[in-house]
Design a protein. Sequence first.
Length: 233
Amino acid sequence: MNDSEFPPVNFKDEEVTVLSDNNGNSVHVIEYDGYYLAKKAIEKGRIPDPRSNIPDIIKMEIRPDDVFLVAYPKAGTHWTWEVTSMLMQDGKEQNLSKEVAMLPFVTPEKIDELPSPRLMNSHCYFKHLPQEILKKKNKIIFVNRNPKDVAVSFYHHCQHVANYKGTFSQFLDFFMSERVYHCAWYKYMLDWERVFKQHPELPVLYVNYEDLHKVTTFDYYINIANYLLLLLL
């Protein structure tokens, strides 16, 4: 995304949340309802302000054929997005990146401009996604990954995106804490587990990142295609 894609925001000190590890290494974030995004990215207009954008996302209208790809950050969604996107577009390679339909990093207005069928992806809690999902029963692909591997990848991500300065061992305590960039891994997983138990009518495909290396690529395609009711020729 360009630095000025969204309106830049100047924050007052009291609007900024500081998340710190046990050694004093900190990241500056903007919070909305327990979800934390990098202050720097919002200030520069790289992503919209979640305090106004997430409420708009929650109430946005979606289409019956919208598919949602959800996972904790760095759980390996990129590969799944590429495969699923191509399947939904009859095998055609897409010029668009997954960021153009990534909630809450884009606005509902941007999403509305995308043609159907749309594949939206997110690292948010369910409560921060369009609640019409419950009414329209959109398909959801949930990607899981070993949290040990997530922690390593997320450490490098936080260095780059949130300017985290600590070592990996210091970050590991941070990662396992209740208040961490984006949200706590265990809270995220428990929240989605609760949602799926409370709403068994939601059509969900569970994908384990590690399993992608244990099956042939074609088997992987077949699994997703069958779930989406698509025919591979």
